[in-house]
Design a protein around this ligand. Sequence first.
Ligand code: BGC
Length: 418
Amino acid sequence: MDHFFLGAATAPHQVEGNNVNSDFWTLEHLPHTSFIEPSGAACDHYHRFEEDIRLLSEAGLNAYRFGIEWARIQPEKGVFDEKEIAHYRDVLLCCRRYGVEPLVTMHHFSSPKWLIGEGGWESEKTIGYFADYCRRMAEALGDLMGYVCTINEANMGLQLASLAKDILRRMSDVQVGLRSQAVDVRALAKAEERAAFGCEGDVNVFLSVRSEEGDRIVMRAHEAARDAMRAVCPHLKIGLTLSLHDIQVLQGGEQLAAQAWENEFLRYLDSVRKDDFLGVQCYTRKRFDETGSLPPPQGAPITQMGYENYPQAIGNVLCRVAEKYAGELLVTENGIATQDDKERVAFLEKAAESVKAARAKGVPVKGYFYWSLLDNFEWQKGFAMQFGLIGVDRITLQRCPKNSLYAFRTFFVEEETK
Ligand code: BGC
């Protein structure tokens, strides 16, 4: 395992399909849901994983980041489903057969529905539940795993909280008027959510706006899960991933930019110090002036997601992270949503250059995982976002590999032997 990992990533809820015992499945089916469409069969990766792993491997990639779906493993509180554990054993065995190193995510946004009824990601009880589930997975599958990521984008809840504040701050009067109508619909939706999960107060899924206390709970859940897995499988390399931006300062923005980096990254240093690696996820830059973060510059290329196409962000973030975190770094997600695959190829070439430049400066980057292997279910935005190296026909679910799948490796070739 001393080579560079070059691969692509997916998340169970976004690709597997029919994740019926999860909180997101419930949310997607409420009358006033904020999801533009339900995940349904997604990419049916649950049944087609072998084809997907084969395509990845035939393109010369040597690693695959995928997730175990907690809601499948524990469809009910206290119950472990052996059939589902066996399923993930098959996925791991398939990776090994194709010479693909698996990087397994234990939690990627979706949770079992029952967990949310118990208070979800603002409840201390979640720490123990999550550690139990992770321990069990290490016991059952640890012999086939190497790198394990406990929680995907563990900092996301606080980021959503600050995003919500930012949007309010930038709203015009007309928008504020419209918002008050939207508030009525939101109130209705919240009532439906409470009823669906049996919660008296707020419903706290992983992508809910998080409190400071909730943020500490997420970190404690990570640490408890890491320690529990290590106790049974000392050979595992365990870490979490963070959503990070290439934070840039314009005149007057020094203080706000520093604050943003503190909130996104520095505040988590203590929780990750005992980890074996850090997963870095980055999609774009954020520029700050004295008013806060700015929209993309006029005329800048914009992705389907609405943010700036700025591929060199990943290299900049890796260098900045390495100033404070001395351990191994893995780019666990980086990518672009675009209909134009040529734009993806160009993105990959520039992103690869910036990662190689960071490595040349001595930043210990162990691997790069493109997001995503497949065009998939992009949460509230549904299936319209095209991040994939492989397209998926929405009717037949047939795989349609794109040029980017094959171009990808050529940009990194010389890293493989370093
Ligand atoms: C998440 C993925 C998501 C991707 C693209 C990341 O924040 O981990 O689940 O699909 O970004 O938006």
